[in-house]
Design a protein around this ligand. Sequence first.
Ligand code: UD1
Length: 407
Amino acid sequence: MYNANSLKIMSIVGARPNFMKIAPIARAVEQHNACPGSLPIDHVVVHTGQHYDDKMSDLFFKELEIPRPDYNLHVGSASHAVQTAQIMERFEPVLLREHPDVLLVVGDVNSTVACALVATKINYNGSSSQRRPLIAHIEAGLRSRDRDMPEEINRILTDALSDLLFVTEEDALESLEREGIPRTRVHFVGNVMIDTLMQHREKAHMRNTLGRIVKDHELAVGVRTGLGPETVPGNGRYGVVTLHRPSNVDTPAALNPLINNLARISTQLPLIFPVHPRTRANMEKFGMVGVLDPARVIMTEPLGYLDFLSLVLGASLVLTDSGGIQEETTFLDVPCITLRNNTERHITVTRGTNYLVGTNPEQMRKTALDIIAGRRKKGTVPMLWDGMASNRIIEVVSHRMADLCAA
Ligand code: UD1
C-alpha cells in the first residue's frame, strides 16, 4: 500500500554528466512543494561516488545548488564489473533503509544501471517484504546502435527495467517501441539538461572565463596566444575541445591521430581544451602533450559548469566526443563537430548544429575549416527543449503516485 500523505523520491547521481540533470529536478521538487495542496515530496539524493575529484563532482553541487547528497557510496574508479558491483552492494542497504516510492535515475553511466537493477530486485530477497520503488529513467530511449559503447548497454538495460521512461526527442519514442516497451510507460517531456542551461545561461554569460584562462595560461607557459582580453564573450574566435571516450583516448592508435589533427586545426583557430583525467593520463603516457603548441592550444583542468558554459557561449566551434555537449551546442546554435562514428542524440544532427564526422582526420579537418570559413548549417531548437522538462517529470511522477494511492 502506498502512503497517500507524501511521496518519497530518491535520485541517483554518480558521474559528471548526471549532476546537471538532477539539479533542475531538485528545483522542480521545491517548486512542487511550494504549491498549496500538492502531495509533499521528500527528495533523497544518493551520490555513488563514481566521480570523486572536486572538479568532476563537488564543484557541480556548489555551482548548480544541488542539495548535499544524503548518502555518498564512495565507489570511485575501478573496472566496469567491479565499479558496477560495488555500487550495487553499497546501494542495496540504502534502498532498504529509505523505502522510496520512486527511484529516479538519469543518463547512461554505470551508476544509472547499477541502481536501477538493485531497485528491480529489491523485493526478491526472502527476508525483505519491501515493495520495490517505481523506477523512472530520465533521458530514456537514446540509442547509438553501437553495442561496443558501454553507455549503450547501460541505456538498453535501464530502459528495460524502468516503469516510467522520460524521453528528450521523438526518435527515442521509435527506439523504445521497437524494443517492445509499452507506450503507456513512455513520456515525452523535453530535456532536463536544457532546463539547467537556461537557468544558468545568464550567470555564465557574466563570467570572463576566457580572459581568466588565457591570462593564467600565458603566465604559466610564458607565451602569447593572441586570445587577449579584447576577445569578448559571444564574439570569440576560438574553439573548445573535449575528449574522453575510451574508444578515442585509451590507445595511441586512436588518440594520437586525433591530437595531431587538433594541432593542425589549431593553426587556423586557437583552441581551449579542458582535459578529462582519463585523457590527461593517456596523453602523458603516449607522449602527446608536447604535440599541441601552447600558443595555439590552451589545455586546462576539467572546468566547472559555469566556466564551461561561458566558453561554449562564446565559441565559434566545439569539437567533442561527449553526449550532452551535442545537445547544449544545438540549443545554443554553436556548430559542434562530434568525433564519433555514431550518436544516440540523432536530433542534434538532423535538426541541430551537430556534424557527425567520426574519427577520420580528413573529414574532421575539412568540416572544421568549413565552419571556420563561415560555411555552417543553421539549426533549430528541438521540441520541448524549453526549460520545463523537470516540472513535467515531477507532475507525471506525482500523478502516477496519486493514481497508485487511489487504487
Ligand atoms: C564516465 C561515464 C561516461 C561519461 C563520463 C563523463 C560510464 C560507463 N562512463 O566515464 O558515460 O560520459 O563519465 O566524464 O559510466 N577519474 C578521476 N577523477 C574522477 C573520475 C575519474 O581522476 O573524479 C579518472 C580515473 O582515472 C578513472 C578515469 O578517470 O579511471 C575514468 O573514470 P570513469 O568514471 O571510470 O569513467 P569516465 O571515463 O569518466
